[in-house]
Design a protein around this ligand. Structure first.
Ligand code: M6R
Length: 364
């Protein structure tokens, strides 16, 4: 069942080009139309905003999507941890589309958050889910099934990146309906999707380089992950993967927040992972990196080919593929998954079944 791989997590990380192209095929066939989400009655067109509810890694997919939905569709988007939302009197606009994200479709808190949204009066709920006929899609009006295939490792990997494809598609579909995405822009987005599995494969090929960093982390108690903009949620996801399977305490911050507290933690015992592709925020990220270096922090940088970093004593750089533009957060997910996996191997922890955790969290 594992083929050439040692663990389900490793196998599932490597299945991502296929999982992504299968999910993208579902989109390309229907061309960013509401039908992709099972909508034939104008429900998406009626959305005045989007509220995303999810837990764990799925929540981070939601945080990434907020950047796309606001920029591409021009709609307000809020993202909330399901276990918080379900117990509070949240602001309600009944025309705000509820989007639940759940790999398993069975997460209790997400299900209860969906029920709460209904009670509060939200009219339409879309489920993005990887398991057909599970509880959350059954309780939703609209459904998009990611085509990641069964995910067995407790650490979610291919479910996350395929959720991102679904959410990117949602942003474009809403943007088209609102007249914000013209034919030329749509063609550009389609092209970006077509190239995505190849760029992800290129990132997977970095595995030997990434595994050479593992020892430097395995002996540490803490790690800090930094990103900015749409890569900040990917830093969060990298920190979660590391905590979950290596038991190293990891935190993620938007790099601009360093000076507001976490910089006090930085010393030579705190490896700092930076996601630094060549986007509009790169210069800002570089100055945040200087702040870390000035405190003796050791930097481990994922930079794409265009971002012109060079290795030096305490600055280690791995180059991800040429900058892929708007889908860059998906490509940059791969190295942080592989880093967590190889640190876990170096530490000898149980990669597929980390202590205290379950694949599907059906209790509160
Ligand atoms: O099945 P779900 O997507 O609803 O699960 C949500 C979280 O429990 C899940 O993403 C969890 O955080 C993973 N173990 C992270 O790798």
């Amino acid at each position: 069942e594992l083929g050439p791989y040692s663990h389900f997590m490793q196998k599932e990380i490597h299945e991502q080009p296929k999982a992504l192209s299968d999910t993208i095929d579902a989109v390309l066939g229907a061309g960013f139309s509401p039908a992709v989400f099972g909508d034939d009655s104008g429900r998406l067109a009626a959305a005045e905003g989007v509220k995303i509810l999810a837990c764990g890694t799925s929540y981070y997919a939601g945080l990434t999507a907020k950047y796309w939905i606001e920029a591409i569709a021009g709609l307000p988007c809020s993202v909330e941890v399901a276990s918080e939302y379900r117990y509070r009197d949240a602001y309600v606009n009944p025309a705000h589309l509820i989007v639940t994200l759940s790999q398993s479709g069975e997460t209790l808190d997400t299900m209860e958050a969906l029920k709460r949204a209904r009670e509060l009066g939200h009219r339409t709920a879309l489920s993005i889910c990887n398991v057909s006929e599970s509880a959350i899609p059954r309780a939703s009006d609209l459904v998009f099934y990611t085509r990641a295939g069964a995910e067995i490792g407790v650490a979610s990997t291919k479910a996350f990146t395929t959720q991102l494809v679904a959410l990117f598609t949602l942003a474009i579909t809403l943007g088209k309906q609102r007249g914000r995405v013209d034919a030329e822009a749509e063609a550009g987005y389609l092209e970006a999707l077509r190239y995505l599995p190849g760029s992800v494969q290129h990132a997977l090929n970095l595995e030997p380089q990434i595994s050479s960093w593992a020892q430097a982390f395995a002996s540490k108690q803490h790690a800090l992950f930094l990103g900015r903009g749409v890569h900040y949620p990917i830093a969060l996801e990298g920190a979660l993967k590391l905590k979950e399977i290596t038991y190293i305490h990891a935190e993620a911050y938007p790099a601009g927040e360093l000076k507001h507290g976490p910089l006090a933690l930085v010393d030579s015992d705190m490896p700092v992972v930076v996601i630094a592709p060549k986007d509009t925020l790169l210069e800002k990220v570089k100055s945040n990196m200087q702040e870390v270096r000035a405190r003796g922090g050791e930097l481990f940088v994922f930079a794409d080919l265009d971002s012109q970093f060079s290795d030096s004593d305490c600055v280690h750089v791995i180059r991800t593929p040429r900058h892929v533009g708007i889908l860059s957060p998906i490509v940059h997910t791969i190295p942080v998954q592989l880093l967590a996996y190889h640190v876990a191997l170096a530490k000898g922890t149980d990669v597929d079944k980390p202590r205290n955790l379950a694949k599907s969290v059906t209790v509160e």
